[in-house]
Write a protein that binds this ligand. Sequence first.
Ligand code: MRU
Length: 340
Amino acid sequence: MNASAASSHDSIRAVLWQGDHLRLLDQRRLPAEETYVDCRSAAEVATAIHDLTVRGAPAIGIAAAWGVVLAAQNEPERLDAALAQLRSARPTAVNLMWALDRMKRVGADAAALAREAQAIQDEDLAANRRMGELGAALLGDGVGVLTHCNTGSLATAGYGTALGVIRAGFAAGCIARVYAGETRPWLQGARLTIWELLRDGIPATLIADSAAAHLMRSGAVQWVVVGADRIAANGDTANKIGTYQLAITARHHGVKFMVVAPSSTVDMATASGSDIEIELRTPDELLGYAGQRTVVAGAQAWNPVFDVTPAALIDAIVTERGVVERPDAARMAELFRRAR
Ligand code: MRU
């Protein structure tokens, strides 16, 4: 597929460096409002990451890199403290730690740090385009695809990971229908993925997360295509809560399961999924919606926001370096010899 076909369905950018501040499309307010938050310090970037103003594994790594640039520009004496503060903003997506390690290796020069942050952002976009080609080539013709969470331009430098494969597959004419799970409780699928796909002219159908098994049994989807927050050395994959049950359901119905993530999401220093820290967020995300309490006072809730899909349930991991089919530790090591 040529570049213009790929870019014709890719108009959104969520992380915008402005020279002296970082502008973020506020993902808490979409799709009702398209507003931006301007961050002028590393602390403001860390808060934006923690509060999900910016979200999605690659996007939070990119935002954090620009946060380091802001620290170097405005408070160079606090550079180490800024790195630590950004690192602790969220625990699961390894792209955050990967980007900060890269920035730390550059040193303290603000101009050199800005070049590195721009390189991280540019490389992510290029990786997404490459993964789009590689993943779309696996799909087959006239397929239905189910995706989860938001893995698109909003979650990356642009184009997206799983949504990049969907963009490329749609442009190549091999996708008949895209389904997006609503992704309770934060509704990344309902609020963000549907908005992003419709904005870029890709028709998509929303389903309740709980409709996935019924959808798969109907024969309407041949692939589940998702992103990742951290892929362990054996191929176990942490992604948005609900991904694991989609993988189990897919295997039961003979539906293929594809994980799409750049090599910055692959953590060869983590042996298996059981070593990945799973972020727990406030129970308030479950007990109410948009500031409105929906569950009786006094109720308790447990809110893990990621889960781990065992490698054995994954048919293909697509990275910009290549595709690992039926991933395991040996096949992952073949593609990712260099440990983090
Ligand atoms: O909590 P979020 O919205 O940051 O979670 C995002 C996901 O789980 C995505 O699937 C993952 O980061 C890949 S984004 C290209």
